[in-house]
Design a binder for this molecule. Structure first.
Ligand SMILES: NC(=O)c1ccc[n+]([C@@H]2O[C@H](COP(=O)([O-])OP(=O)(O)OC[C@H]3O[C@@H](n4cnc5c(N)ncnc54)[C@H](O)[C@@H]3O)[C@@H](O)[C@H]2O)c1
Length: 345
């Protein structure tokens, strides 16, 4: 049974990846520092059942953690743009330096595969043309820059014995035990359920490629299973060509699924400078085992039903548990972690 180490296993995508890996018969080791504990769960799941847990900061991973590991799926990160604003150095330390250091350790320990969770946000501001993996980077935030810097050091590390792949995920949506509301689809459905108003802060024109978090998990598994020569030193956009939308189109679709809502375009954030359409031809062609199962419409329906079932209300919607920046700020303000985001002993 192949052993897979998932860093960030206790997050939005990680919990879904662990579930799929277990279902497919892999043995799983989860490494996570635990910023989003049980209080940050929309619903309880058995993520930790039958896996080995390393409650560890990725900056403190050791070679021993990597014993007998076949592949590392590296998801642990400060996972969005606003988090980079607390202290951009932390975003670089965790998302970039620790990712490269972990890959070095993997190489030393003889781990055959390392799969990095990158992001389409490294394309930053682009026009209406769909961008393939060879497009220029134009990262706008510390978060996006940390993904570019990581890829630039990680991919050249690949060799005959060490396979390195970067998955440039589209913006995720969907239901997960560790829900995130700071993602456009989950957020717009939240507005609709809680206020009956679908509120867009930008002018609604930016392009966003969207993908269900579970399909991102499927992409990781497709890379684990792919022959090394097809994925080594390669970056793949993760999503589907049909799933590029303008934010206002997403809002319209949310309005079609949830009756009686009004779309409000506040425009208070102006024309969001992050806008990119993405070409997903490479992953489709190179990884035929990657079979995404969600479309935006189905995903909106899933999230809507989940919010009704788990009683999404104003308190939850406006609270800290499902918004990464608020939870991290809380951990810092309450002194649970120090200014470098290490837990206080
Ligand atoms: N969700 C998206 O739309 C999206 C899109 C593209 C890329 N990604 C990338 O995928 C990965 C997972 O995203 P997510 O949405 O599940 O994020 P998330 O915030 O829900 O999960 C991240 C997990 O990593 C853990 N973590 C953070 N810093 C850590 C550290 N220093 N040491 C150990 N654990 C740490 C957190 O505790 C959390 O459980 C991230 O690398 C993110 O940048 C996400």
């Amino acid at each position: 049974m192949k052993k897979i180490l998932v860093t960030g296993y206790n997050g939005f995508i990680g919990t879904l990846l662990v579930k799929l890996l277990k279902e497919q018969g892999y043995s799983v080791v989860g490494l996570d520092t635990g910023f989003y504990g049980p209080e940050c769960a929309l619903f309880q799941a058995d993520t930790e059942k039958d896996i080995t847990i390393l409650k560890r900061d990725s900056r403190e991973a050791t070679e021993k953690d990597l014993e007998d590991i076949y592949a590392v799926c590296h998801l642990a990160a400060l996972s969005n743009d606003p988090l980079g604003k607390i202290n951009s150095d932390l975003t670089y330390d965790i998302n970039y330096k620790a990712s490269v250091e972990l890959a070095r350790l993997c190489k030393k320990a003889g781990v055959p595969k390392y799969i990095y969770s990158s992001s389409c946000s490294l394309y930053g501001k682009a026009g209406d043309e769909a961008l393939s993996e060879t497009a220029e980077f134009s990262p706008i935030t510390a978060y996006a820059k940390s993904k570019v810097m990581s890829e630039q050091e990680l991919l050249p590390m690949g060799d005959a014995d060490f396979c390195v792949t970067s998955l440039r995920n589209a913006t995720a949506y969907g239901l997960s035990p560790k829900l995130r509301l700071d993602l456009v689809v989950n957020d717009l459905v939240g507005w609709a359920v809680v206020t009956k108003k679908i509120k867009i802060m930008s002018d609604g024109t930016p392009w966003r490629p969207l993908v269900h978090a579970e399909d991102i998990a499927r992409a990781f598994i497709a890379v684990i299973e792919a022959p090394t020569e097809t994925v080594n030193k390669q970056a793949f956009n993760v999503g589907m060509d049909s799933e590029n939308f303008r934010v206002k189109e997403v809002a319209q679709m949310v309005g079609e699924v949830i009756p009686g809502c009004e779309i409000v375009i506040t425009g208070e954030h102006g024309s969001d400078s992050r806008s990119y359409r993405v070409d997903f031809g490479k992953i489709k062609k190179t990884l035929p085992n990657f079979k995404p199962q969600w479309t935006l419409k189905k995903g909106i329906e899933q999230v809507y039903e989940g919010y009704l079932k788990y009683k999404m209300d104003e308190e939850k919607f406006n609270g800290r548990y499902f918004v990464r920046l608020r939870q991290i700020q809380h951990l810092m303000d309450s002194g649970l972690v120090n200014s470098n985001l290490y837990w206080k002993k």
